[in-house]
Ligand binder design. Sequence first.
Ligand SMILES: *Cc1c(COP(=O)(O)O)cnc(C)c1O
Length: 221
Amino acid sequence: MSIAGNIQGLYEGLPAGVKIVAVTKTRTTDEVLELYRAGHRIMGENRVQELISKREELPGDIEWHMVGHLQTNKVKYIAPFVGLIHSVDSAKLLNTVNKEALKNKRVIDVLLQVHIAREESKFGFSVEEVRELASNFSPGEYPGIRLRGLMGMATFTDDSEIVRDEFRYLALLFREVSEILGNDGRYFDELSMGMSGDYHIAVEEGSTVVRIGSLIFGQRG
Ligand SMILES: *Cc1c(COP(=O)(O)O)cnc(C)c1O
């Protein structure tokens, strides 16, 4: 299958309104261009350096998302252009994104990354931390950001029931946080969950944006 065929097949299988972030990490400029020529415009990277170099080499109308762990000292490099940061995983990072957005006279869309998987190593807020942040959230304190929703990664396992439970739990938290935020959550409408191996389940559980690499570009080497 070609890259163009893969993305078309993916869109055909998704409910209307679910967006695809094509995760381009480790892919060549030519591979990403092939996807671009097929009409796709939303790309994601998990490393700042790769995000910046790809953006320089590729057409200017691509919407670039940051999907991987972001260090506070690197926010300044992506703040001028990033379309959505999926991986805000601490209050400190949220503050830094706000500051860097203001320096660039921008408002940056962010998702809070929540730790839902069983693995210890993954980044993210705990469920309790997200509830607390939402309870104390006042948009006036963060004029440089728009809180757009939540992101989470399920446990890496073949057991689809574990994966489904984790996505369901995140979707519940998403609704709960939306209620906590009330009118302060008027932009809170995105739930980023699902990758190549588990996006079907994620979408069934309410995902609005899936982050797909391998199913578009093939297995990473
Ligand atoms: C690599 C990556 C993906 C995509 O993974 P695939 O299994 O190739 O679809 C999604 N989200 C994040 C955060 C990633 O780092």
